[in-house]
Design a protein around this ligand. Structure first.
Ligand SMILES: *Cc1c(COP(=O)(O)O)cnc(C)c1O
Length: 522
């Protein structure tokens, strides 16, 4: 059977399976690559250093007798190793990364240039404060714009990810209840069923018991259920807005009113702030604490899972409990208050060593300043427009989870449209890889059966969206036509085929051991 793929080349669906494996393990010009422990040798190094003067060390008996076992590579070998690995992976500079609830957007090169200015990149956190006034001024400006954009009086910059920001927010909430003598009675945190897993995990980590709040048929918090569960035993609610179904919480003002009436605090998960930045100020919604993922809304790179940055904005009620360090302008310049003293007498302690992710602060501020207030507003508008374009162009073939009305920054489909095809969301996602696209978020939020959550972000052009949509339409049509082989065996063209993900999660192999008799490092 021959069909046309999205770039118009005729393809034979399972051609790759019938071709012989290559003799080297490479595919075309894509190299096969072993682990660094296997390619490296402990006696090789990328730099030539003169032999040390003297004949020993001061360590006496403690001096190491065996090689340290780290793999050594020359500079070109090291470069090739990592470039080969990078080719096996997906990257935002290669194509759209449509993961929902992740906001994988282009990382502007201007941000990188700013972050590499020596005054930001070559400083050390232990330098005297008088020598890093520029860096402190930058942190102060970032704090100013984060509080201005959110309409909140204070921000704690140091948390290093969204989840870490949640921890910061809930610890501030606990500190506030402790200060009022109400901590012992308020042991519950209310979390809607559609919440990101980090919300209940954080609440449990801080020592609260988690109570689920139901969701309405149109994907929002069930306010009646929330009201019934609020009471003198509740410390806080954690609500994501826009929520993980990609929908604005219509009753958000009522939700915050009820919460405050019950003496609880409103933690807002701000991971989706990119959908409303410049248009809605969370402070006006009655939010008490909200993290902002700089690696989502403000375009800093996600990297290999980091470094992230999750500053937390705080209301008047929670601001005194913000963790150290605090940056304070004292007329002479800026100073860091490092402990629970002076201005920060009620600080909840520290969340990390030093001041947080300086390089990410520079990138985020660079993004804000290059856009300006009108540009940031357009960020939100374009992110929402792009998601609605995807929803509109796919909804005749795929089933939107919440068909009524527009979505915010992400389009959510369920697997209703795959009924009777024997193809699952997972199969469909694997086939997307063969077509050159990273899959969308799958099976999240949990409240939607076989969920497919697609977030394009504002940095995708219409041409790129069309490329993605055309591929999705071609795949959806093939699925409905009963071409199950294309999906069940996918991916056919990726460096590795279908993996045993359950086993990988249950029995992870985290330690490499050298094969017997090998001369590999270690
Ligand atoms: C990404 C995300 C988080 C967690 O943020 P990290 O920076 O990955 O720790 C929490 N909630 C929601 C809704 C998210 O999308």
């Amino acid at each position: 059977m021959s069909t046309m793929n999205t770039v118009g080349r005729p393809t034979t669906p399972n051609a790759v399976e019938t071709k012989p494996a290559t003799l080297t393990g490479a595919r075309g010009l894509l190299q096969d690559e072993a682990l660094i422990f296997e390619v490296g040798r402990w006696d090789v190094t990328g730099v030539d250093l003169p032999a040390p003067a003297g004949d020993g060390s001061d360590l006496g008996d403690l001096v190491r007798r065996d090689p340290i076992g780290l793999p050594g590579l020359s500079e070109p070998e090291a470069m090739r190793h990592y470039v080969r690995l990078s080719q096996k992976n997906h990257a935002i500079d290669l194509a759209i990364y449509p993961l929902g609830s992740c906001t994988m957007k282009h990382n502007p090169r201007l941000n990188e240039k700013m972050a590499r200015l020596p005054g930001f990149s070559d400083i050390h956190p232990l330098q005297p404060q008088s020598t890093v006034q520029g860096a402190l001024a930058l942190m102060d400006s970032l704090a100013h714009w984060l509080t201005t954009l959110t309409g909140m009086p204070a921000v704690a910059l140091s948390p290093k990810a969204g989840a870490h920001g949640e921890l910061c927010g809930l610890m501030a909430i606990r500190a506030a209840h402790e200060a009022k003598g109400e901590h012992e009675q308020r042991r519950k945190v209310l979390v809607p069923t559609s919440a990101h897993g980090t919300n209940p995990a954080t609440a449990a980590f801080v020592g609260y018991s988690v109570v689920e709040v139901a969701q309405t048929d149109d994907g929002r918090v069930d306010v009646a259920d929330l009201a019934a569960k609020l009471g003198p035993d509740v410390a806080a609610i954690m609500v994501t807005n826009p929520n993980t179904c990609g929908l604005f919480e219509r009753d958000i003002l009522e939700i915050s009113r009820l919460t405050h009436e019950a003496g609880a605090y409103f933690y807002c998960d701000g991971a989706n702030f990119n959908a409303i930045v410049g248009r809605v100020r969370p402070g006006d919604l009655g939010v008490d604490a909200m993290h902002i993922n700089l690696h989502k809304t403000f375009s800093t790179p996600h990297g290999g899972g980091g470094p992230g940055a999750g500053p937390v904005v705080l209301s008047e009620a929670l601001a005194p409990f913000a963790p150290a360090p605090w940056i304070v302008a004292d007329g002479e310049g800026f100073k860091l208050v490092e402990r629970e003293e002076d201005e920060a007498a009620q600080a909840l302690g520290r969340l990390c060593a030093f001041q947080g992710q300086m390089g990410m602060y520079v990138r985020a501020l660079s993004y804000m300043m290059s856009h300006g207030s009108d540009g940031l507003r357009q960020v939100a508008e374009d992110a929402v427009l792009n998601a609605n374009y995807i929803k509109a162009r796919l909804q005749d073939l795929m089933s939107p989870a919440f068909p009524d009305g527009p979505c915010m920054h992400e389009a959510l489909f369920d697997d209703e449209w795959l009924k009777g095809t024997d193809i699952t969301t997972l199969d469909f996602a694997k086939a997307m890889i063969d077509e050159g696209f990273h899959p969308m978020t799958m099976y999240f939020p949990l409240v939607v059966h076989g969920a497919m959550l697609i977030e394009p972000t504002e940095t995708e052009s219409k041409a790129e969206l069309d490329r993605f949509i055309d591929a999705m339409r071609a795949l959806a049509t093939a699925a409905k036509a009963g071409d199950a082989d294309r999906f069940k065996g996918a991916p056919f063209h990726a460096p590795l085929r279908r993996l045993d993900e359950t086993r990988a999660a249950r029995q992870p192999v985290l330690r490499w051991t050298a094969p017997e008799g090998s001369n590999a490092a270690a």
